[in-house]
Structure formats: structure tokens, C-alpha cells
Design a protein. Sequence first.
Length: 329
Amino acid sequence: MFHRFDFSTFRSADQAEREEFCRQFVASLQQHGFCKIVNHYVPPADIDQAFEISRAFFELPLNEKLKSPHPAADNPHRGYSAFGVEKVSTHSNYDAANPMPLLKDMKESYDIGSESDPLWDNIWPPSGVLDTFRPTFTSFYSACYHAELAILEALSLGLGLPAETLANLHKDEINELRLTRYPEVSRSDFAHSTRIAAHTDFGTITLLFQDDVGGLQVEAPYGSGKFIDIDSGGRYECILNVGDCLRKWTGLCSARHRVHLSEAVQTNGSEMGLTNDVVPERYSIAYFAKPDRTASLRPLLGSEADKSNDGTVCMTAGEFQNMRIQGTY
């Protein structure tokens, strides 16, 4: 159902091939809000290192992880959040035609931003606590930003906009990187909890790298309240999804998604080797590409874009992000 795009095609010298790639890329996101991409400018060795160090951090004793704690407030999104601290379900039903039940999230996470962010500093593990953590994720963040710029160019061209349109709204690099561990849990826990509640992402696009445990689901058809599994192609395959800011600019679908008990596990748990109804732990790394905080969310396409000089004041991306994040901590 979901298309898989090889971004080596976008680097092709054949202009017609590039244009067709961009057209199909945008058409897929218009329909689903999700797609899979490979050869996306993030090197496999960097992905391997990021997963290795992420696992090493989450395997530390809790008292060591809590030396770099997330603030006890919604902002800034930085540092370590222990199991059950963040409440994504508080914004599960933003702009939703079919509201979802509010379920407790079963996860722990670590949030990282740009080292050059003028507003928020990063919160790193102190010296002596996994000293490879900071250089690994500073480098991985940069690789993801390089991939982001290429994807934004492809999106701009596929939408019929000048190539630099979307990149020009992301010059400040105020993106965020999130490491997540979903601990091993019983299948019965999913009756009252979930790994991460149904939601849409706040920013422009999200690049998701994940292991092969499964559980990622997307609402399909859009607005139906029904969720289907997205099969994992392993950590080198990236899941790309549209965020709310890109939807406001372009009308592309920003589909709700969640990490829950996959249909395969529900129906074939014993055949998959699961014992005692236990669902294994799951790791993922998400890169959230976000607009500059001062960027206007005025539509870029259609009749609404033609009103750019009518004096109407539109919400900025920073204002929108602050509104969406409220109540999650």
C-alpha cells in the first residue's frame, strides 16, 4: 500500500527522471501522508552507530539516565524522559474526525536539538556517563539535516514550487532528534496502554528509523479511525511522514499514526516465537524536521496563497509548535 522511493533516483542527471520521481513522491504523500525511502543520504554506518549507542544509553541504570533529565515542563524538548512521563495521548485527537481513546504511553525517550539553537540548549549525559553519546548524535543530527534538505527540495519540485522554497523556511536548523525505547511488555497491557498513542507530528516531515520488531501503524483511510500495520524494512529503510506544518502549507495528508500491538502479533504471536504473551522491546530513532520558529504557516499553494498581501496575520510555526506541545509533560 505504501510506496517505497529510492532517493538515488533524485540524484540522477536525467532531468525528466528527476521530475517524474518528484511528482510520484508528492502524489504518494497526498494520498497517504506516509512513504518509505531508501538511499536517503544517512549512511548505514551512521545508523548502526546511532542504534548501538541508543541501546547502550537505555540499558544504563535508571539513576545514570536521570543525570540528564527532561525538564518538568513541555518546553524545551530536551533530555531523558523516563517510562510513562510523556503523555502523547493529550494531543491524540487534534483535528481528528474520529477521536481515539486516551491511552498511557509505554516508552522512555531522549530528545536532542541543534547545538546552535539560540533558544534551547541541549541536555547531554554528564562526563563519565556514556561519553560516546554526544558526538554520535551530534553527527547523526547533521546527517539527517543533509537528508532533510534533499527531501525538501524534492517536495518543492513535486509541488510545482521553486526548488529552494521549503528549504528557505528551514534555515535555522531547529529540528529535533528523538531516541525511543519501548520496553518488553505483555500483550495484555495493550488493553489499557499503548507504546505511543495515535497522533500527528507537529513539524514539516519526520524521518523514522526503526528496528524490525514492528508495531508502527497508520490511520487508513485518512480520517477513518482504522489503523493498519506498516511493515518494517529494517533500520536502513526510513519511514517518512508529513507533519502538520507541511499540511498547512501544502494540503498534503498529515496522517495519524501510533505504535501499538501489531496485527501480526495479535493473530500469530505463538507462530512468531513469542512466549508467555510477551512482546519484545522495540527501538526507534525519529528526526523531526521543523520550520524556523518565525516562519509563517500561510498556505503556499492555491487560492489561499494568493492572499499573501491581504494583511491577514497567520500563526507562526513557533506559535503552532508551542500550542501543540502543551500538556504533554
